[in-house]
Design a protein around this ligand. Structure first.
Ligand code: GLU
Length: 306
């Protein structure tokens, strides 16, 4: 029997330290799940060795623990999930949803990098495997925050990669297999992943997996209007004093600051936040965050009481 309780998750790629944007997604996802008494899973998406930074995953786990964002069940490491991805891939190949592809990037350049049929000039020793996206594959879904969304995956994306030519599992396949394996039914993540959702829904349908509800939170932008990113080591969050940072993230999530007034202890603050959270207040527009807004200087210079 499946439960109706929400099950959320946070799934960082270990490409650097958590920055305020990733922590905002983590806190938003945690709040949405916990507010309704649901579960919150954790997964390390270390499926891309060339982008994995040594020690980053452990640092991310420590940061989440320092902020009190406790997860349920074991942490899943995608690097240990190859068998599950292979089983899904074998099924997609057997059902004709996937195919081996020898096309290189330069073969596809004339079509803007979009694959609609194989144009490889010669076979490769290391072919990729792609998901077949037939013409007319238009996906609709209802984003919890942004309302009705639509993407023509054939026209805009084309046949997408499931296993790369270098043998690495593609994010799209791994995320779909693991969200299902972890029982995730509420995906809350940054709006930079909105564009991936239709692909993930096509994969869920091909694998007979349930489609979670998706919420794509606004991105935090730095002063020049660029998305904060782990790989640029943007503004790591200050984990030594979690309370002021949690308070600030709470406000960035559109929640009423008065709800947390006078609470100075982390777990008390989280318990109140969990109770008071109102998904209806979540913001839709991206947020410009002045440099240093969540880093040490702000925290070391709180407004002094007079
Ligand atoms: N691993 C992705 C990241 O760190 C997030 C994937 C997801 O939430 O679906 O950007």
């Amino acid at each position: 029997m499946t439960s109706n309780l929400p099950c959320g998750r946070f799934a960082p790629s270990p490409t650097g330290l958590l920055h305020p944007g990733s922590l905002l997604a983590a806190f938003g996802s945690w709040l949405l799940a916990r507010h309704h008494g649901g579960l919150w899973r954790l997964r390390i998406e270390d499926v891309d060795p060339p982008r994995t930074v040594a020690g980053a995953a452990q640092a991310q786990l420590q940061t989440l623990a320092a902020f009190g964002l406790a997860h349920d069940g074991p942490v899943i490491w995608q690097s240990a999930r190859g068998d599950a991805y292979q089983t899904a891939l074998d099924r997609l190949l057997a059902d004709g949803h996937a195919f081996v592809c020898h096309c290189s990037r330069s073969d596809l350049a004339a079509n803007g990098g979009i694959h609609h049929h194989c144009v490889a000039r010669q076979p490769r020793a290391d072919p990729a495997v792609r998901f077949r996206v037939p013409a007319g594959s238009v996906v609709h879904f209802e984003d919890g925050l942004r309302g009705r969304q639509q993407q023509d995956v054939h026209a805009e994306v084309g046949d997408f990669v499931l296993r790369r030519a270098d043998g690495c599992w593609a994010y799209q396949l791994a995320v779909v297999v693991d969200d299902a394996a972890q029982g995730v039914n509420e995906v809350v993540r940054g709006a930079d992943l909105l564009d991936s959702t239709a692909r993930q829904i096509l994969l869920q349908q091909a694998l007979d997996l349930p489609t979670p509800r998706y919420w794509h939170l606004p991105l935090l932008l730095d002063a020049p209007g660029h998305k904060l990113s782990k790989s640029l080591a943007a503004l790591p969050v200050e984990a030594r004093e979690p309370v002021p940072v949690l308070r600030r993230l709470w406000e960035l999530l559109g929640q009423l600051s008065t709800a947390l007034e006078g609470i100075d202890e982390r777990d008390a603050l989280l318990a109140t936040a969990q109770r008071s959270f109102d998904p209806g207040l979540l913001p839709r527009a991206d947020i410009l965050l002045p440099a240093g807004a969540l880093s040490a200087p702000m925290l070391q210079n709180p407004p002094s009481p007079t």
